[in-house]
Design a protein around this ligand. Structure first.
Ligand code: 13P
Ligand code: SF4
Length: 300
């Protein structure tokens, strides 16, 4: 039986739903019930009606799904697929900061561990970070862990003092001004779209800055014939499906998140067959993290 048919059969038998991020293999995106950015996936995970959620993304995303929908069995096809940025903030350091600076609200990017979310006031994603920070009464904000998204928020939000943690995504950080200039010279007139995880100098050269889904929506409407894509290459799979008439050029050729690519079609198949690897979160930690996530989901 071919891959798609096998997956469909197992999904029916097990009453399972596959949620996938844009960065995973295109074959997986094509068999998923829903493909989205981390905000949309979090919302979906909370509302899906099924017995099993197979989360095709990195670990923090599957963990978020479990926190938001604890009754479901949440599986990740490969438990070592972790977000490199998520490891850049640890609970002890945030708690120490909070003790020394109680006037700060801690806003935590979902690309973080559940333990870090549990000591945060509110979470955000790249799609809603500006709105989340604007929604807070606190004047002083600690933004954890992404210094690039944090500096993007600080540029957009007026009247707040925003301190940023020293984390970053090595995959987005690798995109340099030189790469962008080269691509622009090679493709005159092509707009550059970037994720806010890119460094400021790169964002300053962009025609559009947004989360993966926001990039997808921007490109859907573009009149350009070529677009330079400043985020992980997996996104181009959806972009090509939506706009086969447009050429998509990765902003640098190796714009690949190896962690996301650990979620392979073979591992997805095994995950469904064997119901592995189940994500579990300590209930006490989950409860506190859920508070920070729900406060985020309430921000309109
Ligand atoms: P989104 O918020 O666009 O889903 O991005 C998540 C991510 O990990 C980007 O590197
Ligand atoms: Fe994490 Fe970067 Fe991969 Fe996104 S691209 S999941 S931030 S390591």
């Amino acid at each position: 039986m071919e891959f798609t048919a096998q997956i469909e059969k197992l999904k029916r038998e097990k009453n399972a739903v596959i949620l996938a991020h844009y960065y995973v293999d295109g074959l997986i995106q094509d068999v998923a019930d829903f493909v989205g950015d981390s905000l949309e996936l979090a919302r979906k995970a909370r509302e899906v009606d099924c017995e099993i959620i197979v989360f095709c993304g990195v670990y923090f995303m599957a963990e978020t799904a479990k926190v938001l929908n604890p009754e479901k069995k949440v599986l990740i096809p490969y438990y070592k697929a972790g977000c490199l940025m998520a490891d850049m903030a640890i609970v002890e350091e945030i708690e120490e900061f909070k003790r020394e600076n109680p006037e700060y609200a801690v806003v935590t990017y979902v690309n973080s561990s559940v333990d870090v979310k549990a000591v945060s006031d509110i979470c955000c994603t790249s799609a809603n970070a500006v709105k989340v920070v604007e929604s807070l009464e606190n004047e002083k904000i600690l933004f954890v862990p992404d210094k690039n998204l944090g500096s993007y928020v600080a540029e957009k939000v007026k009247g707040k003092e925003i301190r940023v943690w020293n984390g970053y995504c090595p995959i987005h950080q690798k995109l340099t001004v030189e790469d962008v200039r080269r691509r622009k010279e090679e493709n005159p007139g092509a707009p550059l779209v970037v994720h806010p995880e890119c460094r400021k100098e790169v964002r300053d050269l962009a025609d559009f800055i947004g989360s993966t889904s926001q990039i997808v929506r921007f490109v859907k409407e573009t009149s350009a014939k070529k677009v330079i894509v400043g985020t992980e290459r997996g996104t181009i799979h959806q972009l090509k499906k939506l706009r086969p008439d447009v050429a998509f050029i990765p902003a640098y050729s190796e714009f690949i998140c190896d962690q996301m690519k650990m979620i392979t079609p073979e591992r997805l198949l095994k995950a469904l067959e064997r119901e592995q690897f189940e994500v579990s979160v300590d209930p006490e930690v989950a409860k506190r993290a859920e508070g920070a996530l729900l406060r985020m989901l309430e921000v309109k």
